[in-house]
Design a binder for this molecule. Structure first.
Ligand code: SAM
Length: 234
């Protein structure tokens, strides 16, 4: 599953340049029995299988470079993964991600091995691998020089607690749909102000929860009042 992810785009380049290193481990390589068994039936009698703790503890202990290396168990029951957490993770020299399957993972992994449980959203995937790739991709973007221009990370959605402003490229007009005039003005201050307002407008309309806990500057408050007045008039 991971090979496709490693073989294209920004992740491939970052790996080639040595900006990041990704090591995948197969839990079966950390078993000691003939059948290389990684899962077993749940105690208490239920359907499905649960990952045994021993191979997971052994695998994590074999890759963890220090006691300070955080270990994240991917789980729909975990703390919601977001840009802030991605940025925080990127500051560690190493992170370990544990992927579950089937009914999940023996709870002792969450209680005694994992630093935190991480969920990528309120839905259930068949396994943690896709979730791990989502996390790695988002974290890698915060590693210096992985994304070409650092600027583009700074302007992306969520970085400053807002959604990104709208982007346009050529042609100037397509089927009667025009690119906003201000973008041709050459006036960088004006363009910056327009982008700021559009980012606030999008965030107000689509994700008001992002604005709820935000410390807005007086200028931003003024812009938000303006946006609300314009919306009320519509
Ligand atoms: N029985 C578990 C529950 O209801 O919480 C679901 C297990 S799920 C079928 C199998 C594995 O997929 C999990 O152990 C986890 O590693 C991964 N997974 C599923 N949904 C996820 C999500 N939203 N975020 C992160 N990992 C997820």
């Amino acid at each position: 599953m991971f090979e496709g992810f490693f073989s294209g785009g920004i992740i491939k380049r970052a790996l080639q340049k040595g900006l990041i290193e990704i090591n995948v481990r197969n839990l079966r390589d950390f078993t000691t029995d003939k059948h290389r068994q990684v899962d077993d039936r749940p105690y208490g009698g239920e359907e499905g299988m649960v990952f045994k703790p021993e191979p997971i503890f052994a695998a994590v202990e074999s890759v963890r470079q220090s006691d300070k290396t955080p270990v994240y168990l991917l789980s729909p029951q975990g703390r919601r993964f977001d840009a802030r957490l991605a940025e925080e993770m990127a500051r560690h020299p190493q992170i370990v991600l544990v992927c579950g399957r089937y009914e999940g993972v023996d709870e002792r992994v969450a209680e005694h091995l994992a630093t935190d449980e991480i969920s990528i959203g309120d839905y259930v995937l068949t396994g943690g691998e896709l979730a791990a790739m989502v996390v790695v991709d988002a974290v890698a973007r915060f590693v210096p020089r992985v994304v070409g221009k650092e600027e583009s990370v700074r302007h992306d959605s969520f970085f400053e607690g807002l959604l990104d402003y709208p982007q346009y490229t050529r042609p100037r007009e397509f089927r009667g749909m025009k690119v906003p005039q201000v973008l041709f003005s050459g006036d960088h201050k004006k363009i910056e102000a327009w982008r700021r307002k559009k980012a606030l407008e999008k965030t107000r309309g689509r994700r008001p929860d992002l604005l709820a806990g935000r410390q807005s500057s007086p200028e931003e408050k003024h812009l938000l009042d303006q946006i609300d007045n314009e919306r009320n008039k519509r």
